[in-house]
Unconditional design. Structure first.
Length: 269
């Protein structure tokens, strides 16, 4: 989509145009589209960067880190389809000033219509079928938050050398949540609730086979190298998923899933 079609940019522009929230110094629009579309009529705090190739999230976030003002304390990452609110920004800025330095991430409760998609449990492969974490809490383990709406301390990002480009798009949020806790840091879940469309909830209807293959690569790598305690359960899940896909006529998906189960995705197809 273009910048003018983005719920994130439109909602944030409305909130910033009135010169509110002076703490927000700059908003970087990183455009992965084939064609550059220079924004117009946005608040002066917006800056624009177009990439000639689709580099994904991790490289875009790392670009933002490199372009930071030396005094920048937090980086807030946003997808293009998250509806921001005044209450969220107020709570985010208030908590950023008062929480202890051991808390290196602040994240809202994020809903896809009526389904909470963040935060969720990270010690299970079925996070939406478990009791979901609540807002207004500090967590020290077993929680995953999505990238959009999450604020990360810049000092922590520099400490861990930025975002892991092994995950250009999918499972980058899983890796970052895992990294926070592996470094003995904490994550705070805000009370504020945001709406966001998560396409992977309906992959069979909305996703190409190549997109699904990219997700498989990322999740296999994540469970193999990082959350390795869940690898046996993940392999079992792949087998059951492939069976369901074959039985329901999703042959291409089933073939891909079974190949990843057997080869780990190293078959090159």
């Amino acid at each position: 989509m273009t910048y003018s079609e983005s719920p994130t940019i439109n909602s944030l522009n409305t909130l910033l145009t009135s010169d509110c929230f002076p703490e927000i110094q700059q908003v970087l629009i990183f455009d992965n589209s084939n064609q550059a579309t220079q924004p117009r009529d946005l608040a002066t705090r917006f800056v624009y960067q177009h990439s000639e190739e689709n580099v994904g999230l991790a490289k875009a976030y790392n670009y933002a880190i490199k372009q930071r003002n030396p005094k920048t304390e937090w980086l807030v990452t946003l997808d293009q389809d998250t509806q921001l609110t005044n209450a969220y920004l107020k709570e985010l800025l208030s908590k950023a000033k008062t929480l202890p330095e051991t808390v290196v991430a602040l994240a809202p409760v994020v809903m896809d219509q009526q389904q909470q998609i963040s935060p969720v449990r990270s010690d299970t492969l079925r996070p939406l079928h478990k009791e979901l974490p609540k807002g207004d809490q500090i967590f020290s383990k077993n929680i995953m938050v999505i990238n959009s709406g999450t604020a990360i301390r810049m000092a922590f990002l520099l400490q861990i050398a930025g975002y892991n480009e092994e995950f250009p798009l999918d499972y980058l949020d899983h890796w970052l949540s895992w990294k926070i806790f592996s470094e003995q840091k904490q994550l705070y879940s805000l009370k504020s609730v945001l709406q966001h469309e998560l396409s992977v909830l309906n992959y069979a209807e909305q996703m190409t086979v190549s997109r699904y293959q990219a997700i498989l690569r990322a999740e296999y790598s994540y469970y193999l190298k990082y959350a390795s305690n869940l690898l046996p359960a993940y392999r079992k899940q792949l087998f059951l998923r492939s069976c369901k896909q074959f039985l329901t006529g999703k042959i291409n998906y089933g073939r891909l899933t079974f190949n990843f189960l057997i080869t780990g995705g190293n078959n090159g197809n």
